[in-house]
Design a protein around this ligand. Structure first.
Ligand code: SF4
Length: 468
């Protein structure tokens, strides 16, 4: 049997799940509409996209000095700074902080970086329980699912699905409506906030000049996590820095608009340092590399501009059909197709950039103008240069290239294909093919090649298509 990877099989089964794409389409359409409406208020959105791009490029071009300035200032403010080269190191530092303070229960705000490093599982293995407090993350933690979207982690679940999960996991006996479910989650989480001695969150942006950082949430849980427990730990990717407050204000404006269609997120928390009288007495911050230095030095450094708004996922025709669960990491959609091969290594994620139509909608919408489609194409090229394709790909691509470069071979191949497919077709469409070509018909029908080529039709009729 031909060897295919898990990513391929998961993609095929997700394509078969019509209810998934229906849920994704309606939720993502709403997100796109909200973004378009609110962005209109800014007038010349291109001006703001250029500005945001320049701000992120500026920080990346002087990342060393921004990080030095930030850490010096944060330490002055009383923050314990920890540097982690790898996921493993970041997890170990977190566990040590918890163990040194006899912490067995941690409340956590939504954070993609903790998903990236597999923090929950690591802490669980050390007998430390982590409770997700963002509603979407809380739901998928109860269901034991992965996030399916970087901003909307439970987007793949309907209200009925959530009701069932709550009934099974937290003994919910109320009606299946979002308001009652939210109230039940709030009640459950309030008790956890009260008892947990330690809180963890990700970091949206850190500001070099002041040595402070932001967490943006819409539920207020980020504020609880960073203020209520006695110990607070933030974990940030080393690229999430900006030079000053003015730059921060532009990025906050873009993040709210492009992520959730809001002028600004409901709660924008600025953390400055410990405050024993009215906040945590210990504040820690882990600054994580985990491959980012290599990306910075590579031709893919533009991806480090990403502000994790999720807008590229919302417009992606592939993501809208298959969701984020099939991706071999926590990032998905166009940004995940670029980031995952870079973070996990091409060997583990070489097929991810192939799940793209190259329509370019992601690049059109990105608030920091990352050329996602060009990068995806470049990653495919890298995989091909490194001869990572399977045997079929290695044999068929050079033949395909030869055929497409020769009009004679191309039209002959088309005729042969029509001859071969005709007996399997019905009303001009082939719905089933055996073996490897059957991978195509498993997810979509194949049109029978036309009897006459476009060029020969023009010659036969004596004119081309009429202009409108
Ligand atoms: S790549 Fe651009 S659109 Fe996609 S999440 Fe990042 S900033 Fe948003």
């Amino acid at each position: 049997m031909l060897k295919t990877d898990k990513f391929y099989h998961s993609t095929v089964s997700s394509c078969d799940d019509d209810s998934l794409s229906l849920k994704l389409f309606s939720a993502l359409d709403r997100q796109c509409q909200k973004r378009e409406d609110i962005c209109q208020e800014l007038g010349d959105i291109e001006h703001f996209r250029e500005l945001a791009k320049a701000i992120r490029n500026n920080a990346l071009s002087k990342l060393d000095s921004c990080l030095s300035q930030f850490t010096a200032k944060a330490q002055e403010n009383g923050v314990n700074i920890h540097w982690a080269q790898t996921s493993q190191q970041a997890c170990k530092i977190t566990a040590k902080i918890a163990q040194d303070n006899n912490v067995t229960e941690i409340v956590k705000s939504k954070s993609m970086i903790t998903e990236e490093i597999g923090l929950n599982q690591f802490l669980k293995d050390q007998a430390i329980e982590v409770i997700e407090t963002d509603l979407g993350e809380f739901i998928i933690q109860l269901a034991d699912h992965k996030p399916s979207h970087i901003v909307l982690p439970a987007i793949h679940l309907s209200t009925d699905d959530v009701t069932k999960i709550f009934q099974d996991k937290i003994g919910y006996d109320g009606p299946p409506d979002p308001e009652s479910l939210t109230k039940a989650a709030r009640k459950y989480l309030r008790d956890k906030f009260k008892s947990a001695k330690m809180g963890i969150s990700g970091v949206n942006f850190a500001v070099a000049e002041q040595g402070l950082w932001t967490i943006c949430t819409n539920e207020g849980n980020g504020r609880y996590v960073s203020n209520k427990p006695d110990i607070y730990l933030g974990i940030m990717g080393m690229e999430r820095i900006v030079e000053d407050i003015d730059h921060l204000s532009v990025l906050l404006k873009m993040l709210g608009r492009f992520a959730t269609g809001q002028r600004i997120t409901q709660y924008t928390n600025l953390t400055h340092g410990p405050c024993a009288k009215d906040g945590p007495s210990q504040v820690h911050l882990i600054i994580l590399d985990n491959g980012r230095s290599d990306i910075l030095a590579s031709k893919y450094r533009d991806i480090l501009r990403c502000i994790r708004c999720g807008a590229c996922l919302n417009v992606c025709p592939v993501f809208r059909n298959i969701g984020g669960h099939i991706f071999p990491g926590c990032y998905s959609g166009p940004m995940g197709s670029v980031l995952l091969p870079l973070l996990l290594g091409m060997e583990k994620a070489k097929n991810v950039p192939k799940a793209c139509t190259l329509c370019g909608k992601c690049t059109e919408v990105c608030p920091v103008k990352i050329p996602l489609d060009e990068m995806i194409l470049e990653l495919r090229n890298d995989a091909s240069q490194a001869k990572m394709g399977g045997i079929i790909e290695k044999l068929s691509m050079p033949i395909g290239a030869k055929v497409m470069q020769s009009p004679f071979l191309f039209s002959t191949a088309q005729k042969l294909m029509r001859l071969g497919l005709k007996p399997l077709s019905k009303s001009g469409w082939v719905k089933w093919l055996p073996s490897i070509p059957g991978r195509w018909t498993k997810v979509k029908d194949l049109p029978l090649p036309a009897k006459h080529s476009y060029q020969s039709e023009i010659k036969r009729k004596g004119s081309g298509p009429k202009d409108e």
